[in-house]
Design a protein around this ligand. Structure first.
Ligand code: 6PG
Length: 246
């Protein structure tokens, strides 16, 4: 099925964006649990999603989402201790995981051993064991939340990096980003198998990149351009500042 055109929703400001994101998270989980009794989600890190994550740990979402039916993975992670301020898992644990009734064995933090191909493979095995797969045997998330960098990266898939061309391994070790550290990241084969991918983008500094990515005519292919779910849809949740170039 050809890639559908993206859905774009624009919030007044960053807190409105967080509410939009949390509402979409909650609605998707409830719908998937109603349909199949469970839901499978992958979260990104960075600063943008934190306001949304904090809302997930507060009423009504803390109470209303069927957390015990949710399986939670990460799109990428920095190879730092979970207590480090740069840790994506550490931020999520602080922001909401300790406030919701998600079973501890439904939470799958990424490894943090720098550059370890074995650790990447082990996380891929967890995906394979836990997440329902599509007809090609690729784990198929119900919803994946992504951000973008001002350079057009998404996940920890950075411009001109070999990982952009990875078409076999689902998880790879990389280096890059701010902070410039060793990381693990999901690759496009996994991202593009999701039923729904949601870009959550806030702030004027991202406006030019949002326009470039959404302007399909842009010549310079950017990592975020390569997020084109084969049969899923892409939603852009933006605040007014991030959407100001559209
Ligand atoms: C990471 C993120 C990364 C993030 C963007 C935007 O671990 O760095 O997954 O892809 O989404 O860099 O980060 P900000 O939200 O902090 O701007």
């Amino acid at each position: 099925m050809p890639n559908q055109s993206p859905i774009i929703q624009i919030a007044e400001d960053a807190s409105g964006l967080a509410r939009l994101g949390a509402a979409l998270f909650a609605a998707t989980i409830r719908s998937e649990v109603d349909k199949k009794g469970s839901a499978f989600v992958a979260l990104s890190g960075g600063s943008t999603p934190r306001a949304m994550h904090r809302l997930l740990g507060q009423p009504p979402h803390r109470r209303d989402i069927p957390w015990h039916r949710l399986y939670l993975f990460w799109v990428d992670e920095r190879c730092v201790p979970h207590t480090d301020g740069a840790s994506n898992f550490g931020a999520a644990r602080w922001d909401f995981l300790e406030s919701v009734d998600i079973p501890r064995d439904h939470i799958y933090p990424m490894p943090t051993e720098p550059g370890s191909k074995e650790a990447a493979q082990a996380y891929a095995k967890e995906l394979e064991k836990t997440v329902p797969k599509n007809h090609e045997g690729v784990p198929c998330f119900d919803i994946i939340f992504l951000g973008i960098g001002e350079d057009g990266h998404t996940a920890s898939l950075f411009p001109n990096h070999d990982a952009l061309a990875e078409d076999a391994r689902w998880i790879v070790p990389v280096q890059g980003g701010h902070p410039f550290v060793d990381r693990f990241t999901m690759t496009f084969p996994i991202l593009n198998t999701a039923k729904q991918v949601v870009f959550l983008v806030s702030g004027t500094p991202k406006a030019t990149m949002v326009k470039q990515i959404l302007d399909s005519g842009t010549k310079r292919p950017l990592p975020a351009h390569q997020v084109r779910p084969v049969s899923g849809n892409v939603t852009w949740l933006l605040d007014k500042n991030a959407a100001s170039g559209l």
